[in-house]
Each structure stands twice: as C-alpha cells, then as structure tokens.
Design a protein around this ligand. Structure first.
Ligand code: PEP
Length: 252
C-alpha cells in the first residue's frame, strides 16, 4: 500500500515570520491526520525555523532544490548535507520552474538525486510536458525521456526512496488542472517506465504525485485514480485553510 503524500511547494513566498505563523496554523488544522504524509517546502531562509516548529508533529520538511556538491566554492548553492543538517527529509528536484528559468537539465537532476540519496534525503523528482508538447501529441515521449534520463541507473533500493511528481507545465499556476483521466494515464505510464528501469515490484511501491492547480475542490477526484498517490501543491498550499482541506481530502 502506498501512503498518500501531499506536499506544499511554497516557491519564493513567505518571510520568516509569515512562514512560522503559517505553519503553526497548518499544524493545528492537520493535527489529527495520520494516514497522509504531509510535507511543506518553504524557501531556504525558513527551513531552520520551520524545522523547529514541526518537531513532534506529523509534518515533514522539504527543500525546493539542492546542489550536488557537498561543499566548496559554489556561491549561492546549498548542499544535501546542509539540508539534512537543518532537518529536511525530502528535497524537490527538477521543478519545471528550475528547468525553465535556471537551466536545470535532466543531467543536473540526476546528479542532484544521486547526491541527495547519498545523504539520506528522499528526492521528489518533477517531470511533465509543456503545452506545445501535449498539443503535438508528444506527452508520453517527453515524460519518458525525462524519467529515463533522470532516473536510469539507480538501484531498486534507491528508487524506492524517491517520489515522482507528474506536473504538466500547462497546468502549473494556470488554474487549468489536468483531468483525473489525463493525469491517470500519464501516471500509469510513468509507473510502467519505472518498472522497466528497475522492476515491477519497485515500480508498484514508488509514489507518484500529481501537480498542477490542485485545490480543495479537485483533489478528491484526482486521488481516487489508482496511480495518483498524492499531490504537489503550489498556489493552494500558501493558505492554511486550503492546504489543510487538500490534506484532509477524504474527509471533505
Ligand atoms: C507547483 O509549482 O508545483 C504547482 C503544482 O503549482 P500550482 O499548484 O500553483 O499549479
């Protein structure tokens, strides 16, 4: 059984005091939730404070990116050991905004995964097609390339520690969610690809989250799909009320 996983990606939002105030609200709202893995991914500047705030709760901490070297002259970068040190369990790698604005490639994603796993972090790897690619009927090709180029070569044991997030770029921050059927067919396809890279048993254990304009109203229909194991939420994760309603989707 794959435990559902709901992660809030705050992107470049919230000052330190806003972040702490926000997570206190979320903590209270989801205190009774045991059957969902809840993750928040604040900006780097709030990681330490949030790490302290969530101690003893069921909320886990993720970073939004990482660099692959352990230390050294890499101005502006943050290493896996630093994330571990500050209390992160997860790290988002290869988000489409990193790919679009900061030159992230499948090759750099792979290096980041490797370095993160070596530090005991759990990577959340983002893949997904652009609108032109979907319209040209190239969704499956694009996703397959990303999955293979980012994930090939990892052992079954390493693969089991990863989560894949399918985030169609045209659905991110646009209010256009993929239909549950559109998402499900790509999730099933990703699982099949994971099976080919490792084996069927491992692919059945890896959780695949959907991301792209998830909100309290569409989460339930997405989560009933057999291959959708959770959500990576951007905009709707910035308000405690909407994020907690997403986390509590079953009870809605
Ligand atoms: C995201 O950035 O990962 C995301 C899915 O954003 P949104 O929920 O705002 O579409």
């Amino acid at each position: 059984m794959r435990k559902p996983i709901i992660a809030g990606n705050w992107k470049m939002n919230k000052t330190l005091s806003e972040a702490v105030d926000f997570v206190r609200q979320v903590k209270a709202l989801v205190a009774d939730v045991r059957d969902i893995e809840i993750i928040v991914a604040p900006p780097f500047t709030a990681l330490q404070a949030i790490s302290r705030e969530i101690e003893g709760s069921t909320i886990e901490l993720a970073a939004q990116d990482v660099f692959w070297e352990p230390s050294g002259a890499y101005t502006g970068e943050i290493s896996p050991i630093m994330l571990k040190d500050v209390g992160c369990r997860y790290v988002i790698i290869g988000h489409s905004e990193r790919r679009q604005y900061f030159g992230e490639t499948n090759e750099s994603v792979q290096k980041k995964i490797k370095a993160s796993l070596a530090m005991g972090l759990h990577p959340i790897i983002c893949v997904g097609e652009a609108l032109e690619e979907r319209e040209a009927g190239r969704t499956f090709d694009m996703v397959k390339n990303q999955v293979i180029q980012c994930l090939e070569g990892f052992s079954p044991d390493e693969m089991e520690r990863m989560t894949v997030a399918y985030e169609p770029i045209w659905a991110i921050g646009t209010g256009k969610t993929a239909t549950p059927q559109q998402a499900e067919e790509v999730h099933a396809f990703i699982r099949e690809q994971l099976g080919q890279i490792t084996n069927r048993q491992v692919s059945e254990e890896v959780r695949i989250q959907y991301g792209g304009s998830v909100n309290p109203d569409n989460i339930s229909d997405l989560m009933v799909q057999p291959n959708i194991d959770g959500a990576l939420v951007g905009g709707a994760s910035l308000k405690a009320e909407s994020f907690s309603r997403i986390v509590k989707f079953k009870k809605a």
